[in-house]
Ligand binder design. Structure first.
Ligand SMILES: N[C@@H](CCC(=O)N[C@@H](CS)C(=O)NCC(=O)O)C(=O)O
Length: 237
């Protein structure tokens, strides 16, 4: 059994998509990040960056004690290696999947996060910041579109690279983007959206948090947008 410390956000969806695709048994442990549950001592013990997702595998492949993993990219690689699914073993397709996975982790995720922050959450509307991140996300959509021009999925076959990027394209409207401008990306997006496992992962998210994408209250904003090193120090003290 795998415990998934999860909230209903793009980085959380990556893991439930993988688990639904493979049928690995798992248990969701909700971590409501709007309520500050990412600062609970037990959660910080497995996820020192106070971010979801994290997993605890009670049956790791080496037969040893339970194993905790944080960072969604590391979790996807761990689960792919554990199951032998969605990450090729051969050098070239594996390297291809890994480069797109790292690209997502270092580019599409963080830039979309900042874009969402400055366009949708920041009280003070700063045109420079809004333009900067919306344009950067637009550039990244273009990179994906070109990458998908001659292949069905990012690394040829459907893989953890696609599972990492897909949840970040779902909110394309909030990102100020138009999918019609990116025909290969649109075709890829629609193909993944139609997968039964992906539908199940998003249905599960709705069950856990019916207020998906809801507006942040003042209290939620303070928890999510006022963090410093002291926030974590106070939580672990
Ligand atoms: N690089 C991390 C990013 C994780 C992340 O940013 N998680 C967000 C939700 S999508 C979170 O837990 N935020 C809580 C907070 O900001 O305190 C990963 O891919 O796992």
């Amino acid at each position: 059994m795998i415990d998934v410390h999860y909230w209903t956000t793009p980085n959380g969806h990556k893991i439930t998509i993988f688990l639904e695709e493979t049928g690995l048994p798992y248990k969701i442990i909700p971590v409501n990040i709007g309520k500050g549950e990412q600062f609970k001592r037990e959660f910080l013990a497995i996820s020192p960056n106070n971010r979801i997702p994290a997993i605890v595998d009670h049956d790791p492949p080496d037969g040893g004690a339970q194993l905790a993993v944080f960072e969604s990219g590391a979790i996807l690689v761990y689960l792919a290696e554990k199951t032998g699914k969605f990450l090729a073993r051969d050098l070239r397709p594996r390297t291809d999947a890994m480069q797109w996975l790292f690209w997502q982790m270092g580019n599409l995720g963080p830039m979309s996060g900042q874009n969402n922050h400055f366009s949708n959450y920041a009280v003070e509307k700063i045109p420079y910041a809004m333009d900067r991140y919306r344009n950067e996300v637009n550039r990244l959509y273009g990179v994906l579109n070109r990458g998908l021009a001659d292949r069905a999925y990012l690394a040829g076959d459907y893989s953890i690279a696609d599972m990492a990027s897909y949840p970040w394209i779902v909110p394309y409207e909030r990102q100020g983007q138009t999918l019609a401008d990116f025909p290969h990306l649109k075709r890829w997006f629609e193909a993944i959206r139609a997968r039964p496992a992906v539908e199940r992962a998003y249905a599960k998210a709705k069950e856990i948090n019916p207020n998906l994408g809801g507006i942040r209250t003042a209290e939620e904003r303070a928890i999510l947008f006022g963090q410093t090193a002291a926030s974590v120090e106070a939580a672990v003290r």
